[in-house]
Design a protein around this ligand. Structure first.
Ligand SMILES: *Cc1c(COP(=O)(O)O)cnc(C)c1O
Length: 441
């Protein structure tokens, strides 16, 4: 008798056409009209639409100041500068994240000390953060990783105790809640990527949010020369008005700002539909051996919001030791495309260990410190263990249960008949994940 599994010649679990199930970003005539208006006015490098978008964003988020950027990377670097991260300083960041949560510290003369993550949330672990605080720690970078809100109560307690500012990288969690309060509203400053692959997709852009006038003005001074003008109130900055202190030009493209105003208006309803669809997918899989969801307990009033790049947690011990690689291949063969890994831990990359970026004559990681902060393999055990157990899951944009049922069945079917896959299992490659992850077409 032939196998039930598609990988071994059986029929696929997913037979329906996806149609718009995964379409992202959702672009309508509204976005097009907003962009055309900018183009026809020749206002691509102007500021009127960007300032209106900033006002919308600050209101939606519930923060005093919003500053638009050309990218999330630039917004995060400016958030670091806003917190006075400088030469010889250290920031504490998770290693399990996209590089732009941390690497910009080098350009400021600072270095990075990585803290481990919690197994449940995959977010930075407050206990390990506290262990890694020194008198040089100038900021703690918190990433609400792939949508799961970090434990802000514990993190803020440690940060406040040691008087270190928190920067929130909200690039994966726009609109998410932690115990009923918006993520991005806990730290001294928050930054968001708004590039087209994110759950609030507007083109190429970033946003910085803060209630602190000095942080806001330092971010302006660093890379927004045309706004570094007489409106600046911070005394020590006024002397330098006119030229960008960082030597950077970071303003948002107004075609992105125009799309942003439309996308932000539509975001609450789109986010809700995604959240319902993704929770339904995990509800279907609850209790399946080998499968664990990555989402906060519903009772906590904490949410995954737009579910950017959501992951599943794999437990091979419950499936006879079936490798993650073969599991993903089998589920994909059923018509539910998933792949192993997440962001590869940054501390293991040569850039964080040997590369001399700026010609200091030694690795940049230790260029401006008198202690070696490099972290060898094995130094972040939870991060290094969990990266081998994570895989992508489908990112449903529409809450269509008949379709989602088929994708959940693809996973369940592979778990049910996993024994048939053990014979030809060649195991996992040593290094799962990808430095360039996640790619966006
Ligand atoms: C995408 C991303 C960024 C960088 O944003 P860009 O807009 O691509 O520059 C920063 N941090 C995280 C966690 C991201 O996923």
């Amino acid at each position: 008798m032939s196998s039930k599994l598609a990988l071994l010649g059986g029929p696929k679990a997913v037979t329906s056409e996806p149609n718009d199930l995964f379409t992202w970003p959702i672009i309508t005539a509204e976005d097009e009209a907003a962009v055309l208006d900018v183009l026809r006015r020749g206002a691509m490098s102007g500021m009127d639409v960007t300032k209106a978008f900033e006002a919308d964003y600050a209101k939606w988020q519930g923060r005093m100041y919003a500053l638009g950027f050309s990218s999330g990377t630039a917004a995060l670097q400016s958030a670091m500068y806003g917190c006075k991260v400088g030469v010889g300083d250290e920031i504490i960041a998770p290693s399990l994240t996209y590089w732009a949560s941390a690497l910009q510290a080098f350009s400021l003369g600072a270095t990075i000390v990585f803290a481990d993550v919690e197994e449940e949330s995959l977010d930075i672990d407050a206990t390990d953060v506290e262990r890694k605080i020194t008198d040089r720690t100038k900021a703690i970078m918190v990433v609400h990783y792939v949508g799961y809100p970090a434990d802000m109560d514990a993190i803020m307690k440690v940060a406040d105790k040691h008087n270190v500012p928190v920067i929130e990288d909200v690039s994966h969690a726009h609109g998410g809640l932690y115990k009923g309060k918006r993520v991005g509203n806990f730290g001294k400053v928050a930054a968001f990527s708004l590039m087209s692959g994110k759950s609030l997709p507007i083109g190429e852009a970033g946003m910085l949010l803060t209630d602190d006038r000095e942080v806001y003005e330092r971010a302006i001074a660093f890379g927004h020369y045309s706004r570094f003008n007489e409106e600046i109130e911070t005394d020590y900055l006024r002397e330098y008005i006119g030229l960008p202190l960082g030597g950077y030009k970071y303003r948002m493209h107004q075609m992105s700002a125009a799309v942003g105003r439309v996308q932000l208006r539509r975001y609450p309803e789109r986010m809700k539909e995604i959240d319902d669809a993704m929770n339904y997918f995990w509800d279907c899989l609850e209790g399946t051996p080998g499968i664990r969801s990555h989402r906060p307990p519903k009772s906590e009033n904490s949410t995954m919001a737009g579910w950017y790049a959501a992951r599943g947690k794999y437990v091979p011990e419950e499936l006879g030791g079936l490798s993650l690689t073969r599991f993903c291949r089998a589920v994909s063969a059923e018509g539910c495309g998933i792949s192993p890994g997440a962001n590869k831990p940054l501390h293991l990359h040569p850039l964080l260990n040997t590369c001399d970026v700026y010609g200091h004559g030694k690795p940049t990681r230790i260029a401006n410190t008198d202690r070696d902060v490099r972290q060898p393999p094995g130094s972040l055990p939870v991060t290094e263990r969990m990266i081998k157990r994570l895989y992508s899951i489908p990112w449903f944009k529409k809450n269509r249960h008949e379709a989602i049922d088929e994708y959940a069945e693809a996973v369940k079917k592979v778990c049910r008949y996993h024994a048939e896959l053990l014979a030809d299992d060649r195991g996992d490659p040593e290094d799962v994940g990808n430095w360039h992850f996640f790619q966006h077409t």
